[in-house]
Design a protein around this ligand. Structure first.
Ligand SMILES: *Cc1c(COP(=O)(O)O)cnc(C)c1O
Length: 237
């Protein structure tokens, strides 16, 4: 299956060029931007190929898929990121393989992750996820006005370290770079406000295959890329 390896290598090369160009345009150092390969729906064999190609960070959005995949890749030098909506009763499982959780959207989840991390004697980096479009209440993320209290809860929780803020651009911004840029500017503003109280929580997780340029221009430190690296996902069954 040399074909898949070459395909991934080519995609990775193109992606690194995009990130470098976006950083160049923004006057930023590409070393400030962590690429997270979002491997959902793709097999552990792809994750292993990515690791061999030098990808160090991978992300998943469903525990039932991520847990066995992470186990199958044990031994590969990878940091696992959890980026999806998370039920509190899955916190223990996620803490078993993830180093970073990008989707803390409510105090009860912060508490569950804290308990799980403490029991496992681990420290988890936690992003507070912000909902940038409150007309899409079902999409996940805390309302902007709830971010300060939630961030305080995460920062004060044993076993958790507050990393910063995460967001997904609103659905309406698909194919509209101006709307994506506006959403990420709002996120940057919220991040600046967060850093007044939590100076170390400077990370910004934003930008996907379609809008990573806008995210990097707005200061993203972590981009989460699936399609542009692995290909169009088959529909979920
Ligand atoms: C799937 C997913 C991504 C990657 O999206 P692409 O458009 O495939 O790059 C990023 N972030 C989250 C939270 C996701 O669920």
């Amino acid at each position: 299956m040399g074909g898949r390896r070459e395909e991934l290598a080519g995609n990775l090369d193109g992606l690194r060029r995009r990130i470098a160009a976006a950083c160049g345009a923004a006057g930023r150092d590409p070393g400030e931007v962590t690429l997270i390969a979002i491997t959902k729906t793709y097999p552990a064999s792809d994750v292993k190929l990515l690791a061999e190609l030098g990808v160090a960070d991978v992300g998943e959005n469903r525990d039932q898929e991520a847990a066995p995949k992470a186990a199958a890749c044990a031994g590969a030098p990878l940091r696992w990121h959890f980026v999806g909506r998370l039920q509190s009763n899955k916190a223990r499982s996620v803490v078993g393989y993830a180093d970073v959780v990008h989707s803390v959207d409510r105090p009860s989840l912060a508490a569950a992750l804290s308990t799980a991390a403490t029991r496992a004697e681990r420290e988890i980096r936690a992003f507070v996820q912000v909902n940038l479009d409150t007309s899409e209440a079902g999409r996940g993320g805390a309302a902007p006005e709830d971010v300060p209290a939630l961030a305080d809860a995460v920062a004060g929780a044993d076993g958790l370290r507050l990393a910063g803020l995460m967001a997904v651009a609103p659905l309406v911004s698909a194919g509209r770079p101006d709307l994506a840029a506006a959403a990420f500017a709002r996120l940057a503003e919220l991040s600046a406000r967060l850093r007044e109280r939590h100076p170390d929580a400077a990370a910004i997780s934003a930008g996907m295959s379609g809008d990573l340029e806008q995210a990097i221009a707005a200061g993203a430190t972590h981009v989460r890329v699936g399609t542009a690296l692995l290909g169009i996902r088959p529909p979920l069954r």
